[in-house]
Write a protein that binds this ligand. Sequence first.
Ligand SMILES: [Zn+2]
Length: 287
Amino acid sequence: MSLRQISAHVHVETAHLGSNNSIVVGTEGLALVDTPHRPTDAMAWRKTVDGFGTTRFVVNTDHHPDHTIGNFWQGGEVVSHRGTRERLLHEAPSHDYLAGLFARIDPEAVALLDTYRVRVPTVVFSDALDLHLADVHLELSFQPGHTANSLIAYVPEDGVVFTGDIVCEAGLPSFQDSRLWDWFDAIEEVASYDFDVLVPGHGEVADRGVLERYRDWGREVVGQVADAIGRGVDREQASAEIRFPDNIHVDTEDYVGYPDDLIEMFQRRSIERIYEDLRERPDLAAR
Ligand SMILES: [Zn+2]
């Protein structure tokens, strides 16, 4: 693993399969940002985290399993936008889905499913919420983008911004829960923060330069879909033909990634989402 201190109060693990997992260390306890996808990583993470102090808050940047499954094994109160709680209450992956997924990405975890429960956020907000740990604090702001219930977390004392999957350094995530206008607006919103260090949802810790790169990746796939629409290609055909690199769910040096059929489904749904949003707002092809 590769836990690294990136500022006076913040430590980040970027090598887990799934989201980046962060620890904000204050004199009055810890706040975590996103939790490990694999249960065995989540259990090991709890031990690592406990070495820094007592967890008071666990922030989920969205409801996706790769950011929330590990909640179950952490301490403190889970905090999110209210939409994240709703989606975890009503749309969390089924036991069967998880059993199939863990058999591939974390075989030891299949046996843990008997006791596993979705741990939903108990502290939720609509627009903004600050979490104080004495010498350092987090400012959480609702920001639809990657999902309709995403948030940006900001540590002003350290000039660190956590974007969740609003910005990924590793590559484009799924668009299936995004609306395209929010997707671009959210990147602009991140750009308006005063920060030196950006902790993305997936990939390496970055600086401001990642924003332009990331926007360009998005523009490229959006441009391909716009082009297909312009040629009269229908939604089904476009979603069968257009692909972007998935660097988020695939195998890594240390891990077995998602099965091909799931990766294929994310891609298809992503292109369908972009296609529909471009039909509604063709001007977005020029962003
Ligand atoms: Zn993610």
